[in-house]
Write a protein that binds this ligand. Structure first.
Ligand SMILES: [Zn+2]
Ligand SMILES: [Zn+2]
Length: 144
């Protein structure tokens, strides 16, 4: 089948205790270099994609989720293995799915680097995507 509207993507944590599905209808995707995302992932940046929360469902192991924060603003990890899975954002209306935990390939690709003003000095961006100092809405790309 080729109907993109029906396509669902699966994802899971490292140990497999938590499984989720999300519609392949992400509204945006980016690589975030802010210090919060660097710390929460332990990585140079966080590749994530945003979608309405109603299009994201934890299908297994919800009782294993470890929620850091409040109902409408939190980071969610597997409580057994610690994998970072997603964040509830924008007053709970959206989730930001950490793309690294997806098992299936999404149609969308991260379209820009954001918060490059906070980028780790030891990491070099080597692609040609637009680079924003902070949020996209805060100003034009700094590499164009
Ligand atoms: Zn796990
Ligand atoms: Zn960030």
């Amino acid at each position: 089948m080729t109907d993109q509207n029906l396509r669902m993507l699966a994802g899971r944590c490292l140990c497999g205790a938590v499984h989720y599905v999300v519609a392949d209808e992400f509204r945006y995707a980016a690589n975030c270099h802010c210090t919060d995302c660097r710390r929460v992932t332990g990585a140079a940046f966080k590749p994530f994609a945003g979608i309405e929360r109603t299009k994201f469902t934890v299908t297994g192991g919800a009782d294993h989720l470890h929620i850091f924060g409040e109902e409408n603003a939190h980071d969610a990890r597997c409580g057994k293995c610690g994998s970072f899975l997603y964040s509830a954002v924008r007053d709970g209306a959206y989730v930001h799915v950490a793309l690294g935990a997806l098992a299936d390939e999404p149609t969308i690709r991260p379209g820009e680097h954001i918060f490059v003003g906070s980028k780790a000095p030891w990491f070099a961006i080597t692609d040609d995507l637009p680079q924003y100092w902070a949020h996209v809405a805060d100003g034009p790309p700094i590499n164009r």
